[in-house]
Design a protein around this ligand. Structure first.
Ligand SMILES: Cc1cc2nc3c(=O)[nH]c(=O)nc-3n(C[C@H](O)[C@H](O)[C@H](O)COP(=O)(O)OP(=O)(O)OC[C@H]3O[C@@H](n4cnc5c(N)ncnc54)[C@H](O)[C@@H]3O)c2cc1C
Ligand code: FES
Length: 276
């Protein structure tokens, strides 16, 4: 329960790591010592760069590690570029966590297929950590990950470690092969037909650009996964983050409060219809 959702808490930058040419991961520690931060996989924070502005960024660390907050951000504009310039010890304002999470509880006893494109992996990494830590409670776990080029792959070393695990099936593809890439080439949907899951008993978690999610949903439906077993994470412009200002309206929903994770059958009439 957040005491005052408008109040940003000061957090210090502890580690900055470049992931790709435009994407970076950083860890934050609370200025008030001993303050733990609990969140559900899929939730996001409003991060405030003092004097510049505030943006929603998903939490991408391990939910079991409540002493630090991890975010992975692509520098696309004013606030995210200012964020990239932060160094160890610099202070950020944090409000959150906000929004709904991935259905890790509901997925118990089922196979789980995670389909991500581009920067869709960071919002899903916490659920992957949680699923792997409770592996015995789930069926098969599958990660399908698509990036534009090999240079756009985030968490490269970790993805390689995941590939070596026997309890997680990982398949990665790139739209365009460059350098030494010898893996799959093609969009992420091409990985779905041969992915090892039982469509009748699977929860799908999908995150990426809207066009990628649209084609992914169609391919999952072709495999026989019902709409009510498909979950996706939406993005909209946000201001307050907790259902107060109306900036993130999506049909009858507010993405910040009713989402960002939605069950597909609930948003189907509005999905892919632009800014409604
Ligand atoms: C729930 C939620 C979770 C999010 N999680 C993450 C995350 O984990 N990591 C992350 O990097 N981003 C995430 N985003 C997107 C992030 O909030 C935006 O990229 C950010 O608000 C851009 O702010 P800015 O001031 O840097 O750019 P602005 O100055 O506002 O925009 C500059 C330019 O970038 C374009 N732009 C704005 N947003 C995006 C976008 N999402 N993708 C591509 N171009 C964009 C604008 O159209 C404009 O041309 C999330 C958004 C939401 C709603
Ligand atoms: S951001 Fe204000 S209602 Fe969603």
């Amino acid at each position: 329960m957040i005491e005052n959702p408008m109040l940003a808490e000061p957090y210090a930058v502890r580690r900055m790591q470049q992931e790709t040419y435009d994407t970076f991961t950083f860890e934050l520690e609370p200025k008030s010592k001993g303050r733990a931060f609990s969140f559900a996989p899929g939730q996001f924070n409003m991060l405030y760069v003092f004097g510049v502005g505030e943006v929603p960024i998903s939490i991408s660390g391990d939910p079991a590690k409540s002493e630090t907050l991890v975010h992975t951000t692509r520098a696309v504009g004013t606030v995210t570029n200012a964020m990239w310039k932060l160094r160890n010890g610099d202070i950020l304002g944090v409000r959150g966590p906000f929004g709904t999470g991935w259905p890790v509880e509901e997925a118990k006893g089922k196979d789980v297929v995670i389909v991500t494109g581009g920067l869709g992996l960071p919002p899903l990494r916490p659920s992957l950590y949680q699923l792997l830590s409770r592996k015995q409670e789930y069926g098969k776990l599958v990660l399908l990950y698509g990036a534009r080029t090999p240079e756009d792959i985030v968490y490269g070393q970790e993805v390689e470690q995941w590939r070596k695990r026997s309890d997680l099936a990982v398949d990665v593809t790139v739209d365009r092969a460059t350098g030494q890439w010898r893996g799959n080439v093609g969009v992420v949907t091409t990985l779905i037909p041969k992915a090892p899951f039982d469509p009748a008993n699977t929860i799908a978690m999908v995150c990426g650009p809207e066009i990628m999610m649209r084609f992914t949903i169609a391919e999952l439906q072709r495999r026989g996964i019902p709409d009510k077993s498909i979950y996706l994470s939406m993005e909209r412009n946000m201001k307050c983050g907790f259902g107060f200002c109306g900036h993130c309206q999506f049909g009858p929903f507010f993405v910040c409060k009713d989402g960002p994770v939605f069950r597909y059958d609930r948003v189907k009439p509005f999905f892919g219809r632009g800014e409604i």
